[in-house]
Design a protein around this ligand. Structure first.
Ligand SMILES: *Cc1c(COP(=O)(O)O)cnc(C)c1O
Length: 467
């Protein structure tokens, strides 16, 4: 065993060998050294545990191509681009919405140059970062006033902290939703210092349930969009309209957490008619919050719109400073929102809207082009077929709905679909896929045009390293 250890080269000679075989000049040397050390200690463990017992096996592992490949893999930045072939448009684990061209450019500008982030260019005095999007948001939604923060979870926390600390908030039991990543409405309420008064039952809540719960201590009535689930059957929910009337009668503000918060009605695209922000404003909700990176198709942000009296109170809350939006997000949000001023061309500019509304014949055409790229790989390890299927929108919106799509169905003959799916996460650009039975499915809905050849390259990498 000792003699096996002595076959291992020293780190410096490996470092030289790696640096001679590939150009690593853009990577910190300390990362390369760590990677080599990790590789060597892995071999040492194998010797120690008698997984490796012969000199020949050691020599095979210290092959310079193997080491270089390992090192190149290990020194890459951790945060990576991935290709989303799941068809889930708002894939929370893959970063939800991707930004439009104009938003992307705006972010680059904000990063590279100084800006008027908090500078009033008319007076040369200090300005507010919030002015960049406030009037735009008011214009689009019809609200009196607006404010943006880090995300919608922050928005909900901030609203409750401002309006309801130490007071009661009335909400329906049917709406106490948990969003992925452990955001739960009752918990956020507790954090804000508000006391939740649950009314109704899981499936049915009536207006009188809310009314009977009103006390001297009531700070607000809250409606929460059941973003990621549906209760069906024998149900009853109270409309925003009814809640607004009730709130008015008792002088209590009505908060509407819209979750995904669409600024566009998707009914015209055959999807269910989720309430839009404009409708909530028109109905008279006092404070409305929603996400920037769900169906709106912008950066991660929490958008708050509503009556000026309340928004002014929220702006003055110390917590706002802690939850504030940064300049890259802000400029991306402005660019995204500006596209909403011309809704008729939104499907051309906003990638999220584009992907949700892509007509089936366009998807079919895309699938055919991808299939022919894959056929050119001429592999005996897989069989390719185009099939019809369904895409999900994701991101806590339209939980019940699917969109008709076209899928590339890959039938692996020499490995399992599960193995293939896993392996595709380690290709040079990780490729996210779905599996069904023993098939790997590529949904073209979420693939951008220039990604089609890349997908073929990743499948080729899979076939080269399938074991
Ligand atoms: C998604 C969602 C949130 C959280 O929004 P983030 O922007 O992810 O922080 C809060 N409430 C509802 C109803 C949601 O759907």
């Amino acid at each position: 065993m000792q003699s096996l250890y002595s076959l291992l080269p020293n780190i410096n000679s490996l470092l030289i060998s790696v640096e001679q075989s590939v150009d690593c000049s853009q990577y910190p040397r300390t990362l390369i050294k760590d990677a080599i050390n990790e590789y060597l200690s892995c071999i040492r463990d194998k010797i120690k545990n008698a997984i490796i017992t012969t000199p020949h096996e050691v020599e095979k592992l210290i092959d310079s191509t193997c080491i270089t490949n390992f090192v190149l893999q290990a020194i890459q930045p951790h945060f990576k681009r991935v290709i989303n072939a799941t068809g889930i448009v708002l894939h929370t684990n893959a970063g939800r919405a991707i930004l439009s061209k104009s938003a992307t450019q705006a972010v680059m500008q904000a990063c590279q140059y100084y800006s008027n982030l908090e500078l009033d260019l008319n007076t040369g005095e200090r300005g507010s970062r919030y002015t960049h999007v406030e009037s735009l948001l008011c214009r689009i939604t019809g609200a009196e006033s607006a404010l943006v923060v880090n995300n919608n979870a922050a928005a909900v926390l901030l609203i409750l902290d401002t309006l309801c600390k130490g007071k009661e908030v009335i909400a329906s039991r049917g709406q106490l939703v948990e969003i992925g990543g452990s955001f739960r409405i009752p918990d956020v309420m507790k954090k804000s210092g508000a006391f939740l008064t649950e009314v109704g039952t899981t499936n049915r809540t009536h207006l009188y349930d809310y009314e009977q719960a009103i006390t001297e201590q009531t700070g607000a009535i809250m409606k929460i969009h059941t973003s990621n689930f549906k209760i069906s059957g024998f149900t009853r929910t109270v409309s925003l309209e009814e809640l607004v009337l009730l709130g008015k009668r008792y002088g209590i503000p009505v908060i509407d957490d819209l979750g995904s918060g669409s600024l566009l009605s998707f009914a015209q695209y055959g999807l269910s008619d989720e309430p839009t922000v404009q409708q909530a404003v028109a109905t008279g909700a006092d404070v409305i919050s929603f996400s920037g990176d769900k169906v709106l198709g912008g950066p991660q942000a929490g958008l708050i719109v509503g009556k000026k009296v309340y928004i002014d109170m929220i702006k003055k809350n110390q917590l706002t400073r802690a939850l504030r939006i940064d300049k890259m997000t802000l400029t991306a949000l402005e660019a995204t929102l500006r596209d909403y001023l011309t809704p008729e061309t939104l499907h051309l500019n906003n990638p999220t809207i584009a992907m949700i509304t892509t007509p089936p014949h366009t998807l079919k055409n895309k699938a055919e082009r991808l299939a022919s790229l894959l056929t050119m790989l001429q592999s005996n390890d897989i069989r390719i077929k185009i099939i019809e299927g369904k895409s999900k929108i994701g991101g806590g919106s339209f939980p019940e709905e699917t969109l008709p799509t076209y899928l590339i169905r890959i039938h692996p003959l020499t490995f399992t679909a599960e193995e293939g799916k896993k392996k595709l996460l380690t290709t040079s650009i990780p490729l996210l896929t779905r599996i069904e039975d023993n098939y790997i499915l590529l949904d073209v809905r979420t693939l951008q045009e220039e990604e089609l050849p890349l997908v073929a390259t990743m499948i080729q990498e899979l076939l080269e390293h399938k074991s």
